[in-house]
Design a binder for this molecule. Sequence first.
Ligand SMILES: C[C@@](CO)(OP(=O)(O)O)[C@H](O)COP(=O)(O)OP(=O)(O)OC[C@H]1O[C@@H](n2ccc(N)nc2=O)[C@H](O)[C@@H]1O
Ligand SMILES: Nc1ncnc2c1ncn2[C@@H]1O[C@H](COP(=O)(O)OP(=O)(O)O)[C@@H](O)[C@H]1O
Length: 286
Amino acid sequence: MDHTVDWWPSPAKLNLFLHINGRYPNGYHRLQSLFQLLDKGDELAFNVTQQADIDLLTPIDGVPNEENLIVKAARLLQQHADVQQGCDIQLRKILPMGGGIGGGSSNAATTLIALNHLWKCNLSLTELADIGLTLGADVPVFVMGKTAFAQGVGEQLTPAHVAQKHYLVVFPQCHVSTAEVFTDPDLPRNTALISWQEYEFDQTHNDCQQLVCNRYPNVANTLRWLLEYAPSRMTGTGACLFAVFTSNQEAENVLANLPSGCSGFVATGVDVSPVHDKLARLDSNS
Ligand SMILES: C[C@@](CO)(OP(=O)(O)O)[C@H](O)COP(=O)(O)OP(=O)(O)OC[C@H]1O[C@@H](n2ccc(N)nc2=O)[C@H](O)[C@@H]1O
Ligand SMILES: Nc1ncnc2c1ncn2[C@@H]1O[C@H](COP(=O)(O)OP(=O)(O)O)[C@@H](O)[C@H]1O
């Protein structure tokens, strides 16, 4: 660990369920979901500079910096708040991309929150969430920083307390594009709305799961394997799967026996994002 660098967490999320209730005229889907924030994720570090340049010093293979959500988020905030300073950014990426665990969206949210603090923009979380929504439907939940029920395209958020569980998150080594799932004619789009008070894991599902299992045998086989151990489901539009445990040790035991070709990690569900814990610590020290 490099102690001279101040790392900001960029947590992953799981969709404990994902119901598709319909479609808006612009083609976006109307959803209900429970976004569970996790205590594990990527990390980002920001070094404020006096020139306006935004530089990501650790590019991601296959994602040009200009298209990286981190750089886009920094630029948007810079324009929105008329900031004259710039920054150098470093990323330590551990979350698989296109996995349905929100890595890119979380990176964008952490960038908005950290630079709002470091550039002293003083924008509210709601303003940052509005900026974030223009980058992706999942950015607002990470900006608001609370495990939450979501509806609309995922931007209408109601904070939720979920009993603390330990999750084995498994990446079946295939990437599923969100746009590919949402444009598939076979995707079910007519689940009835539920009221949050009635939420129970067993009474909910992920409307994308069967479609992705049909198209990606790796996902179907890994899900079947996980279900032998614990209640399990796909998150988001895939391809990651999660299994729910009441103890960390049980989750670690199953991780140790993952089928070859899969990778994974164990994380604990949190009600509040670790980014917000860091902000609170910074605010209490200032
Ligand atoms: C459905 C979720 C659940 O978490 O899937 P994952 O991406 O996490 O797997 C997300 O809300 C996704 O959010 P995000 O990945 O930010 O989506 P965006 O970049 O805004 O959109 C990617 C594409 O998905 C489609 N899209 C996205 C969200 C939505 N409610 N309806 C859609 O139809 C649109 O066609 C869009 O072109
Ligand atoms: N900082 C970033 N981290 C991850 N992906 C990014 C980033 N910036 C842009 N992307 C693009 O966003 C896509 C979706 O990434 P990600 O958010 O990790 O997946 P998902 O939405 O399935 O959870 C990636 O395939 C990549 O092309």
